[in-house]
Structure formats: C-alpha cells, structure tokens
Design a protein around this ligand. Structure first.
Ligand code: UDX
Length: 471
C-alpha cells in the first residue's frame, strides 16, 4: 500500500528527525526550509546537525526525501504537513512564534484538504490562535492538529520510532484519526485530546523533568553540607516506583534547546494569565545557581582564579550532541574569564559550534590529554564516554595541579583519588581541604573556606550577578 506523502516545514533538528523517520517508515517526504544554505547543504548530502544515526537515515532514505525552499511545493505534493519550525524564547521569556505566523501567512490560498500538524513546542492557546487566523484567511478546510514531539537530543531517532506516548490534539476530533494512523506501525500508547491539552502536556512534561533535576541538585547541595552522597540518595529514591530513577542525576544543571526555553515559556503562559508559578521560578533559579557553584569549588581549592588555567571537559549541553544552546559550559567559561582565569575547552564534537560563542579568549583543544597539559584544574561539564576512558595516571602526570571537579559525577571518587587527584563531585563527600593542600601546593591563606563560599553562594548570589565569594 502506498503510504501517505508527508510535508515537513522546517529543516532543523526536529524537522529532519521527523522527515527522515517518516521516510524510513515508507512515506515520501517533502521538507521545506526558508534558509537557502540549509537546503543546498541537504541536497548535497551534507548535514551540519549532529544527531547519532541521522545522516545515515537520511542517506538510506534519500530517494523518498525531497528538499525545497518553496512552501507551495509542499502543499501541492502532500496532504499532511508537520510544522517543525523554531520557537525560540524572546526577551520576555515568551516563545517567539514568528516562524509559525509566517507559515500561516504564506499558506497558498486555495489549499484544501490538508492537515496542519504542529510538532513545534508552542504555548498553550497557539493552536486556537492559528485556527482563527486560518479561518480569517478563508482556509476553513485546513484541519489543524497538535502532535508535540518528545525527542531528546542524542536519542532522537530511537525516541521517534519507540515513543513513550503519542499525543494527538484536535478540534472536535477533526484529523485526529489521520494523524494517529501515521503512527500505526509504532508500538506506543496514543492519547487523543483537545488542542490546548495537548499543548500543555508538552510544557508540563518538560517543566516537571526540569523541576526534578533542580530538586535533586538542591538535595545534592544539602548532601555536601551533611556528608551524604547524592548518587546513592538518588538511587535509593529512584527505587520507589512513584519516583522512578530517571532525571535524578545531580550535576551542573540542565541546559539545551528545550528545558530552559519551555520552562521560561510555561512561566510566561502562567504569568500572562495572572498566575505566579512559584515552583517553576524556584526551579529556574536553582538551575542558574547550580552552574555557578563550580566556581566556588575551584576557589576553595585554588584560591583566586586569576591566571589559573582551567580546562573545561565537555562543552555540549549533554553528550552525543554538538548543541551548545544554554550549555552550562558557556556560563562557567564566562565566569572563569571574568575571574581572570585562563580557560581551555575540550569537546569531541561541539568545539566548532562553541568557538564563536565562547570567544577568542577560550583556547579550543581537540586533544583531550593536550587540553590538560599544565592545567591547574579540570572541570567535567559534559559526561562524554571519552572522559570515562581517560587514563587518570596520564592525566595526573601532565597537569600542573591534580584537581578534578566532576560536574557530572562521572567518575568514581575513590578511583580518581587513588590516582593522586583531589576530587570534588556534586553532592558527594568532599575532599578534606587540609589533607589535600600539599597535593595542590596552594597556600592555605589563598584558599576560601568551603562552608563560607557555599553559604555566600546560597545566600547572596542571584542569577546573573557576580559571585561575591570571588570578589
Ligand atoms: C528534553 C526532553 O527530554 C525531551 O523529551 C524534549 O522533547 C526536549 O527536551 P533534551 O533537551 O534533548 O530533551 O535533553 P535531556 O536528555 O532531556 O537533558 C536535558 C538537560 O538536563 C541536559 O542538560 C542534561 O544534562 C540535564 N539532565 C538530565 C540532568 O542534569 N540530570 C538528569 O538526571 C537528566
């Protein structure tokens, strides 16, 4: 049976994952983007987005994929069009929907019998607003549905083909069965609902996960003062099926293109309707502080950071992606530079993307061991597999001072300490400052008291303001 041809508006990460996956399920897919360079690149077989398996999936299904700049071509060739355009945050924290409005405006007059399926994450109420604009243009026959994506970077293809759930929001059921049918071959629960509810499911899911991360990060911070180990605490909590083990990894906070944006947008959605979402405000603030806590840990051991060389191990917001959007590394690098440190950054795939954002003062290092040569401290920011495989003895030998701040609790503290390192994780029993002073050869008078630094950080520092502990 011939499969329904599918249109995809937006050849970004969501659009390409959607297009390649539907092509792999046997559909012919027409992908449209407004950026000529992006279309040219795709036509030539190149791909600047790093997503494991995506280039291979596009190559394998190339005969079923067409790339174009022309929106009319998509509507002429297909009856179901997925909207996968970007909805970045504006200065107010609201989602920028200009790409969505542009699409609605340029829908060719006379388009009929098409289902417009919103995959982009859009604020609750957007579907109703799109519906009204379509009607105002006389496009009442275009059916609108919401079908939010739940794709995580690095595992997007698996997430698409083995989804935890498929949510289809529609107006009075219109088009729902057709959208649902596209996923018939996938084994996943389907939830059919109205459009605002579908939109809210996406926001609420991401906001809940982000809050879960901020929660475990706060538990980690308390663990540091109480000599408990957050990794074991999380394991113990996660065994309760009501809590579950996922998204309980304490670290430098969440980043990426979704959580920060969606949490801010949900806060705005609530605020715009007069509701003050206190829990979300706290989750956001905890996340901002969490990135900066690493600075206190460095100062605790090294004293003032001026002229210290600090290597950031990992720049991407998480492993298996070259995405640096809202990555903790960007904040940490900026704070280190502001404190006068020399900053190096290593990452297996994200350096090219990070270079222009980090700026010329940050030395980009392709070679892992080379990035550590002569460094006063190494800071794990992204839990890349390459780091787990690092030869600690070799690393210890090339560094000037053997200080490892593990912002992802990637390493086993005992193993690292056995290699002669001073090790600090997140929410794990701390190194005893006195016993490590000789290892680091930093005079006592230069070091800050951990407790005082932590207290100042908790009590006084607010997101975006300078850290008084380092003044
Ligand atoms: C997320 C959602 O998982 C996905 O469903 C949604 O559609 C888009 O947003 P993504 O941003 O790709 O996906 O990454 P995810 O793996 O969820 O991680 C987000 C951030 O949280 C990363 O910075 C990660 O390092 C951090 N994180 C995650 C933690 O700090 N601790 C955890 O336990 C889990």
């Amino acid at each position: 049976m011939t499969k329904q041809p599918i249109g995809v508006m937006g050849a970004g990460w969501v659009g390409l994952v959607t297009a390649a996956s539907f092509a792999d399920l046997g559909h012919s897919v027409v992908v449209r983007d407004v950026d000529p360079a992006r279309i040219e690149e795709l036509e030539s077989g190149a791909l600047s987005i790093y997503e494991p398996g995506l280039d291979e999936l596009i190559r394998r299904n190339r005969s079923r994929l067409r790339f174009t700049l022309d929106a009319a071509e998509v509507f002429a060739a297909t009856g179901v069009v997925f909207v996968c355009v970007g909805t970045p945050p504006t200065y107010s924290g609201d989602a920028d929907l200009s790409a969505v409005w542009r699409l609605v405006t340029e829908l060719p007059a006379g388009v009929d019998d098409t289902i417009l399926v919103m995959k982009s994450t859009v604020p609750v109420g957007t579907g109703e607003a799109v519906r009204a604009k379509l009607d105002a243009r006389g496009l009442e026959n275009i059916v609108y549905a919401s079908n939010p994506e739940f794709l995580a970077e690095g595992t997007a293809l698996t997430d698409f083909l083995n989804p935890s759930r498929i949510v289809v929001g529609s107006f009075a059921g219109a088009g729902a069965a057709d959208v649902r049918a596209l996923y018939d071959t996938l084994n996943a629960p389907v939830l059919e609902t109205d459009v605002p509810t579908a939109e809210m499911i996406k926001y609420a899911s991401n906001a809940f996960l982000a809050t879960k991360i901020s929660f475990i990060n706060e538990i980690a911070n308390v663990c540091e003062d109480t000599h408990a180990d957050v990794t074991v605490v999380a394991e113990g909590m996660g065994l309760d099926p009501r809590i579950g083990p996922s998204f309980l990894r304490a670290g430098v906070g969440y980043g990426g293109s979704c959580f920060p944006k969606d949490v801010a947008a949900l806060k705005q959605v609530a605020g715009n309707s007069g509701y003050h979402f206190q829990l979300l405000n706290a989750a956001i603030e905890v996340n901002e502080l969490q990135k900066r806590r690493l600075l206190s840990k460095l100062k605790w051991h090294l004293g003032p950071l001026r002229d210290r060389t600090v290597t950031l191990l990992g720049v991407a917001f998480k492993p298996n992606t070259n995405d640096i959007r809202q990555a903790a590394s960007l904040v940490i690098a900026a704070r280190l530079l502001a404190e006068g440190a020399r900053v190096r950054a290593w990452d297996p795939v994200a350096l090219q993307a990070a270079g222009p954002v980090l700026g010329p003062e940050v030395e980009l290092c392709e070679d892992l061991l080379g990035s550590l040569r002569g460094a006063d401290a190494a800071v794990v920011v992204t839990e890349w597999d390459e780091l787990s495989a690092l030869d600690l003895d070799e690393a210890r030998a090339v560094m000037r001072r053997p200080l490892l701040i593990d912002g992802r609790n990637l390493f086993d503290p005992d193993t690292v300490r056995a290699s002669g390192f001073v090790y600090e994780g997140i929410g794990r029993p701390s190194a005893d400052v006195d016993s490590v002073s000789s290892a680091l050869a930093v005079p006592e008078r230069l070091r800050f008291s951990a407790r005082a630094a932590a207290q100042r950080l908790r009590g006084a520092e607010v997101a975006g303001e300078p850290n008084p502990a380092g003044a």
